[in-house]
Design a protein around this ligand. Structure first.
Ligand SMILES: Nc1nc2c(ncn2[C@@H]2O[C@H](COP(=O)(O)OP(=O)(O)O)[C@@H](O)[C@H]2O)c(=O)[nH]1
Ligand SMILES: [Mg+2]
Length: 420
């Protein structure tokens, strides 16, 4: 059996397997196994290729997929003219995850290596950009849809047997064009979208109807406390949320990526939009033998000593993972004031919503996250841990606390989204 098959088998442990593991190896064996399983999920690479001509908005969409705000520094840069046919395309990994977005030139672009008309050219393009390693495709257009695009769509479905979504970008600009503007005035924006969708639908294949998304990644400027803030236009007129929901549901569907990759994707992509937050939180809660459900296994095995003394590091590590998974930074919950005041604010806020133990644990997270504020906060956190938690936490409490942290993170991440 290959290593990979062996790993897959590990993932399929039953409740009885867990009990046996616990009887033979104790709590440490169980914790280790759970960590191995999580790492296995985390290491599943998920490759998503975005294909479209230069300037159609690939980098902008990748940034949004990665949960970056419009004015975040860092790659990918917007408006950067990447030379058209670089060999591998540009890859952007969402940090701390196995999800990679690949930026590929549109087929039929000027360079000959992007030709896609004859079967030979198609095979060439496919080889050059290693399309068979890609798990999922996003085709983008900001102009007219071409015959080449249509061929590519067919190739992805028929030859590569992969799924794709089609994204018409810059819909905010399209609605301002002469005919569309008049139509919107007369019959509303929905009528304009219906017209654009219908045209695209005819050009693509009829059975891909549900896969067309009309998106705007334009950002809007606002003032807050004298500072200029840039945010994406979250208007439901533009279909970013629907697009993301469709990608997620394709990923986790029966004929999608398969359970492991699909889950890796859902958990890695965090707080992109409301549906992403809810899906990630539910996936964490329902994870068959995730931390939150393992307490049941422990409870059912009457071994003395098993329920006590679970390493606090597990909670700290997992809670930190969850915070970042939902795009939250513990330091942002601290409010104004001196380091000590900030910490007190945070602990009080968490105390109110999570209870004593969880608040102390989240305090500990500040100690392990980098940054000046957290360094200042460490000694105070130390005291907090000492008085709140004591030497250890029972395994069952660990699971309950982690469940509460998931609830907390979901709530806070949704608040952030709805602030707009
Ligand atoms: N108005 C508007 N501009 C957009 C949209 N998406 C991208 N842009 C702009 O189009 C230009 C090219 O975008 P970029 O993401 O760099 O395209 P790429 O070459 O395909 O990676 C940039 O100036 C973006 O700000 C959109 O939905 N609406
Ligand atoms: Mg780009």
């Amino acid at each position: 059996m290959s290593d990979y098959q062996q790993q897959r088998q590990n993932i399929q442990l039953t409740e009885n397997d867990w009990r046996t593991l616990l009887r033979n190896g104790g709590i440490q064996a169980l914790i280790q196994k759970q960590k191995d399983i999580e790492n296995e999920y985390k290491n599943q690479p998920v490759l998503i290729a975005l294909i479209g001509e230069a300037g159609c908005g690939k980098s902008t969409l990748i940034r949004r997929f990665m949960g970056m705000s419009p004015d975040d520094e860092g790659e990918p840069k917007i408006g950067e003219c990447v030379s058209e046919c670089t060999k591998e395309g540009r890859e952007y990994r969402k940090s701390g995850t196995s999800v990679v977005y690949v930026d590929l030139p549109g087929v039929g672009s000027t360079t000959s290596s992007c030709a896609f008309t004859t079967p030979k050219e198609q095979i060439n393009y496919c080889k050059l950009y290693r399309l068979h390693t890609v798990d999922y495709f996003v085709l983008l257009s900001h102009n007219k849809f071409t015959e080449q695009d249509k061929r590519l769509a067919k190739y992805i479905t028929d030859e590569l047997k992969k799924k794709f979504v089609f994204v018409q970008t810059k819909i905010d600009l399209l609605r301002l064009e002469g005919g569309n503007k008049l139509l919107e005035k007369r019959a509303g924006f929905d009528a304009v979208k219906a017209k654009i969708r219908e045209q695209l639908q005819t050009q693509l294949a009829a059975d891909n109807v549900h896969k067309i998304f009309l998106v705007s990644n334009q950002f809007i400027e606002s003032e807050s406390d004298g500072k200029t803030i840039y945010e994406y236009d979250q208007s439901p007129d533009y279909e970013f949320d629907r697009l993301w929901e469709a990608i997620q549901s394709d990923m986790i569907s029966e004929d999608g990526l398969g359970a492991e990759k699909g889950r890796a994707f859902v958990l890695a992509t965090g707080a992109v939009c409301e549906s992403a937050i809810r899906t990630a939180a539910n996936s964490l809660r329902k994870q068959k033998w995730g931390w939150a459900t393992l307490s049941g296994v422990i409870g059912a095995v009457p071994i003395p000593g098993v329920s006590i003394s679970c390493d606090i590091a597990i909670i700290v590590t997992k809670a930190t993972d969850y915070f970042f998974l939902f795009g939250l930074n513990p330091i942002n919950f601290m409010g104004p004031g001196t380091a000590k005041e900030k910490l007190t604010n945070l602990i009080q806020a968490l105390y109110a919503s999570l209870g004593v133990r969880a608040s102390a644990i989240l305090g500990t997270m500040l100690g392990i996250s980098a940054g000046e504020e957290s360094v200042k906060a460490v000694p105070v956190v130390g005291v907090a841990i000492g008085s709140f938690v004591g030497a250890g936490v029972s395994f069952a409490s660990t699971c309950v606390i982690l469940g509460q942290v998931i609830d907390f993170c979901e709530k806070e991440a949704l608040k952030l989204i709805h602030r707009n």
